[in-house]
Design a protein around this ligand. Structure first.
Ligand code: GDP
Ligand code: MG
Length: 316
């Protein structure tokens, strides 16, 4: 049964891919088996993160990039983690129709996620979904995320190239700087270049980026002007993504990044497992009692910590 599922995924069967993603998302009984199988083949699918403020044009850009990749006969998986995304039904009808059009193309698989639940769960799902696309033999995985919080930084750690999308509105770059987007971008896109002030916005972004730490060996993030709604600048974006990929390959950074991601994931899984085992009802009760004793100055904090750690160790 499950072997049949893997065969089907490897044949890029959309229903089987969807099924695997659902099992993983629901943390079902099968999910562990699926993850074990698919994570053994990681490496082929190139992961692109597209992030930026709401309304910057991330979905429009994703759509345009999808069109370009499909024209080149690539297979692409998309994970959209954006409550306002057309993928999740939050935006204008026109966008939604455009998106679902490309979504029915045989080379494209789109999965949307509302950013509910824990951040850890979100990034776990995002990276495992990437593994499913990888297993299916997809060439690219695109993640669309709203760049406003920690989850985006986590997702940036889980992709190979991070594209930060901004628009020529006053203060947009400053906002992005505050949100930490300046640090994570490998490529910056000034979208809506049809609007006034695009060149000034690029210049001020360039100025801000010049403060980013770099040396002669580091990648200098380019800024690209696009009009995503008119499919303009998309070739540039595509070429810069490939350039960044080649840069990573040339410097042996791609494999390093992937190994690092894998290590972080395994560590997280172990921490979660240990946490579950540690915080039994018994130890939770013990902690409650001891907190009172700390308040009454009858116990030291470090004593309580050591006691709990030791009780865990002795039981294992
Ligand atoms: N003028 C202009 N509008 C654009 C451009 N790209 C996207 N839009 C529009 O901006 C709005 C928000 O785009 P969307 O892709 O949903 O942004 P997201 O929230 O970042 O995903 C939509 O109405 C798009 O049609 C562009 O390059 N120029
Ligand atoms: Mg969107």
């Amino acid at each position: 049964m499950i072997n049949n599922l893997f065969t089907k995924i490897a044949e890029k069967d959309k229903r089987s891919i969807a099924r695997a993603l659902t099992e993983i998302e629901n943390n079902s009984k099968l999910s562990e088996k699926i993850i074990d199988e698919i994570s053994s083949s990681f490496g082929k699918s190139y992961r692109i993160g597209i992030t930026g403020p709401p309304g910057a044009g991330k979905s429009t850009l994703t759509n345009a990039l999808l069109k370009k990749l499909v024209e080149m006969n690539y297979y692409v998986g998309v994970i959209a983690v954006d409550p306002t995304s057309p993928f999740t039904g939050g935006a204008l009808l026109g966008d939604r129709i455009r998106m679902s059009e490309i979504g029915t193309h045989p080379n494209v698989f789109i999965r949307s996620m509302a950013s509910r639940g824990s951040l850890g769960g979100l990034t776990k799902f995002a990276s495992e979904a990437g593994d499913v696309f990888d297993y299916a033999g997809f060439d690219f995985t695109i993640y669309e995320t709203v760049g406003v919080g920690q989850s985006e930084l986590d997702i940036a750690n889980n992709v190979d190239t991070t594209v930060v999308v901004l628009v020529p509105e006053s203060g947009d770059s400053i906002q992005a700087m505050k949100a930490g987007l300046m640090e994570i971008g490998d490529i910056f896109v000034m979208n809506k270049a049809d609007r006034a002030g695009a060149d000034q916005a690029v210049a001020s972004l360039q100025f801000i980026l010049s403060f980013r730490e770099h040396n002669e060996n580091s990648w200098l993030p380019p800024i690209i002007k696009t009009i995503a709604s008119e499919y303009k600048g998309i070739d540039d974006l595509y070429n810069k993504i490939l350039e960044h990929k080649n840069f990573l390959l040339k410097n042996n950074l791609l494999e390093l990044k992937r190994k690092q991601r894998f290590k972080t994931r395994i560590k997280e899984l172990i921490s979660n497992q240990l946490k579950k085992e540690l915080w039994t009802l018994e130890r939770n009760n013990l902690l409650d009692e001891n907190i009172n004793l700390i308040f009454e100055k009858k116990l030291k904090l470090s004593t309580v910590v050591n006691q709990l750690v030791n009780s865990f160790r002795n039981n294992n």
